[in-house]
Write a protein that binds this ligand. Structure first.
Ligand SMILES: Nc1nc2c(ncn2[C@@H]2O[C@H](COP(=O)(O)OP(=O)(O)OP(=O)(O)O)[C@@H](O)[C@H]2O)c(=O)[nH]1
Ligand code: SF4
Ligand SMILES: [Mg+2]
Length: 417
């Protein structure tokens, strides 16, 4: 796992009465036995912190606590220790059984509000009893996220992740840089910008402009050139650039000119990291191998533009994917907010880099895909995969590369191409 200082992890507390399933929920979220679970009330006696990567949010610290309704002298001590956990929480999951929701939970919600901790209500044990509709509506009217789970079966966890994305503070969702961290101060990035008929007249598109600005902000150097100038541009340098970034449409051409030892990637791969969640979208791209002629692909763009000529979403990506699959696929294209609520008919979603959006909007889409078990990737990743340049495009991102290599070693050879 990525080393992230504790301070920049989102701290999420699992709170509630004894025996509601706090520890079961922690274990389900981490897919490990972190906390002991038992039918005896008061099993967890001390707060247990578990750092983890909670996709698609990123690094979090989950803190299991003792039941806050514990009794007796020893119980009071446990409660006190668990209460201290509140001092460092960003989000408190108020976990309850539907049948026993009452004053205790309402007071806990009040306390969280007073302390400025965002609350999410989790009704666990929903296999036994689901909460009354009026109660859920009442909580939602108060602006609370409400989810229903069955922790031992892992049910409702996607909804819980979605609720966490919805309430997570903006600054925790914002990744600080687009690419400057891959380059370093006073080091050089070469940006390859094709000027073809799809390029808007007289200006750069937003991802290119943002990349240049990010490099300037972080005192890195940039050399911006067209793909037909790349060879000459590289020859003039007295030392290799730290990174070459290309428009994904020119991947093949650029990869053939950039020596293997120079890390190379695409603008939209950078955006998968910045706005979305790179590992999820890497895993999504890898499902291209499982596509068969006749399967359906949703191409989604976050903003609307008039398609011109060999439009990337409408012409190039369909062509490259079909070449890879070896037969026709069905494509639908949506723009802006016209993303279908029901993704049931799709085998893959290929999303644009969402440069116009904040990260939360993109993460919400990723969660939506995940909930409906539809793999999702983005333009650059899909193109790199379809063209057989995936490892090359992931070279600057060791974690994503590890996801890819693990996935490959888990995939039987006959499914791979
Ligand atoms: N049927 C059902 N049982 C559950 C569910 N979640 C937890 N349990 C069971 O409820 C009991 C208590 O679960 P724990 O996870 O230990 O509950 P806890 O809130 O951590 O309890 P304390 O640590 O004692 O405060 C165990 O027997 C679990 O197997 C659920 O969703 N459905
Ligand atoms: S939001 Fe998407 S479609 Fe719009 S310019 Fe950015 S990457 Fe392209
Ligand atoms: Mg417990």
């Amino acid at each position: 796992m990525k080393r992230t200082p504790g301070g920049s992890r989102l701290h999420i507390g699992l709170l509630g009465r004894r025996n509601v399933g706090k520890s079961s929920l922690l274990n389900a979220l981490t897919r490990q036995t972190v906390s002991i679970v038992s039918a005896d009330a008061g099993t967890t006696t001390d707060p247990v912190g578990k750092p983890m990567e909670l996709l698609p949010l990123g690094p979090v610290l989950l803190v299991d606590t003792a039941g806050l309704d514990d009794e007796g002298a020893l119980g009071a001590l446990r409660v006190e220790r668990s209460r201290r956990v509140l001092d460092r929480l960003d989000i408190g999951l108020v976990i309850a059984e539907a049948a026993s929701w009452g004053r205790f939970e309402e007071e806990l919600l009040d306390e969280l509000r007073r302390r400025g901790i965002t609350a999410v209500v989790v009704f666990n044990q929903c296999d036994r009893q689901r909460p009354a509709r009026e109660l859920v509506e009442n909580l939602r009217e108060r602006g609370l996220e409400v989810v229903e789970t069955v922790a031992p079966r892992g049910e409702g966890l996607d909804a819980l992740r979605a609720a966490l994305v919805a309430v997570a503070p903006e600054e925790l969702l914002a990744t600080p840089t687009l690419l400057a961290d891959l380059v370093g101060p006073d080091e050089l990035a070469v940006l390859v910008v094709p000027i073809d008929k799809e390029a808007p007249k007289g200006r750069l598109i937003l991802p290119q402009a943002q990349a240049i600005r990010d490099l300037l902000d972080h005192h890195a150097l940039s050399l911006v050139l067209r793909e037909d100038q790349l060879r000459a541009g590289l020859e003039r340098l007295n030392r290799p650039p730290r990174l070459v970034v290309t428009d994904s449409q020119a991947f093949r051409q650029v990869a053939s000119m950039v020596p293997e030892e120079i890390p190379m990637t695409g603008f939209s791969v950078l955006f998968a990291r910045l706005k979305g969640d790179l590992p999820t979208q890497v895993a999504g791209a890898m499902t291209i191998d499982g596509l068969r002629p006749g399967d359906r692909v949703l191409i989604a763009e976050a903003c609307s533009h008039h398609p011109i000529g060999e439009d990337i979403g409408r012409v190039k990506i369909p062509r490259w994917l079909q070449e890879r699959v070896g037969g026709p696929l069905g494509f639908d294209t949506v723009q802006g907010r016209d993303f279908p609520a029901d993704l049931g008919g799709y085998d893959l979603v290929v999303h644009c880099g969402a440069c116009m959006w904040n990260r939360r909007a993109m993460l919400t889409r990723l969660v939506q895909c995940r909930e409906q078990q539809v793999p999702v990737t983005n333009y650059g990743l899909a193109i790199a995969y379809a063209l057989g340049l995936f490892e090359r495009a992931l070279q600057p991102f060791p974690e994503a590369l590890a996801v890819y290599r693990r996935g490959r070693s888990d995939t039987p050879a006959e499914v791979r191409r």
